[in-house]
Design a protein around this ligand. Structure first.
Ligand SMILES: [Zn+2]
Length: 250
């Protein structure tokens, strides 16, 4: 059995994160006893456990769950899409190296997807290609960069680069919509995250991007396609109607 989506958060120190961004730099606080906390600047973001950063603890989970191979990728907190692109390109390469190191402890069982500075297409393409050359099996990207969704020409250009260079892409929802209305019960994860994935898929379909992209593109949307998979209206007649509107047809 292959688990194609699991997260990793390398043991980034507070100082390393500070160099990326004093307020939003992500780092890992390891609290002992196999427990830790994902941090954003001084803020606690989410409690986590050792398999997230410790390859041996991860392997124990894989053995327990009967998983032969797991493909790991950064937690979206590490993307840095709102920060300076060149800084984030350097950061992404460092994170990609740490992710490979993690996987190389059990190379037959663990494979890595790289992260890229998606806010700058040229840099993102460069980091994706160098990650592929160093052993990553593909890239993971967020489903949007600020207000730019996957129909954005620059993001489509990045997907084109991946298609022609045989770099598989995993799209992960992040930076969830809904603002103050999603303030409790983990609603950003339960409601907004599946909606983000659906928005990403529909942005590609309705903009006609899938028709323009090479058929060689290997693209996968995390979490079973989010809300899209369970919304018949987004796949049937209403989708057809929306496509006609998008193309300005009656
Ligand atoms: Zn995920």
């Amino acid at each position: 059995m292959i688990d194609m989506h699991a997260h990793i958060f390398p043991t980034i120190s507070r100082e390393q994160a500070y160099a990326l961004d004093p307020e939003q730099g992500p780092w890992l606080r390891v609290d002992g006893g196999g427990k830790g906390m994902m941090m954003r600047g001084e803020q606690e973001f989410r409690p986590v456990h050792a398999p997230l950063w410790d390859a041996d603890a991860r392997l124990a989970d894989l053995d327990r769950d009967g998983v032969d191979v797991q493909i790991v990728s950064a937690t979206p907190l590490m993307f840095g899409y709102a920060l300076d692109a060149q800084k984030v390109a350097d950061w992404a390469e460092r994170m990609n190296d740490l992710t490979l190191e993690h996987c190389q402890k059990h190379p037959q069982r663990l494979k890595a997807l790289a992260q890229v500075p998606l806010q700058n297409t040229e840099l993102a393409c460069r980091v994706a290609s160098s990650a592929k050359a160093s052993g990553h099996v593909g890239v993971q990207i967020g489903n949007h960069v600020g207000d730019r969704d996957l129909d954005d020409e620059q993001l489509v250009e990045f997907l084109h680069h991946c298609a022609v260079n045989d770099i598989p892409v995993l799209v992960h929802p992040w930076d969830m919509m809904g603002g103050a209305r999603m303030k409790q019960w983990m609603l950003p994860w339960l409601v907004a995250m599946p909606a983000e994935t659906s928005l990403g898929i529909l942005s590609l379909i309705l903009s006609g991007a899938f028709e323009r992209l090479p058929r060689s593109l290997k693209i996968c949307f995390a979490h079973g396609g989010g809300a899209f998979a369970f919304n018949p209206g987004a796949r049937g007649q209403r989708l057809e109607a929306a496509r006609h509107c998008a193309q300005g047809l009656p």
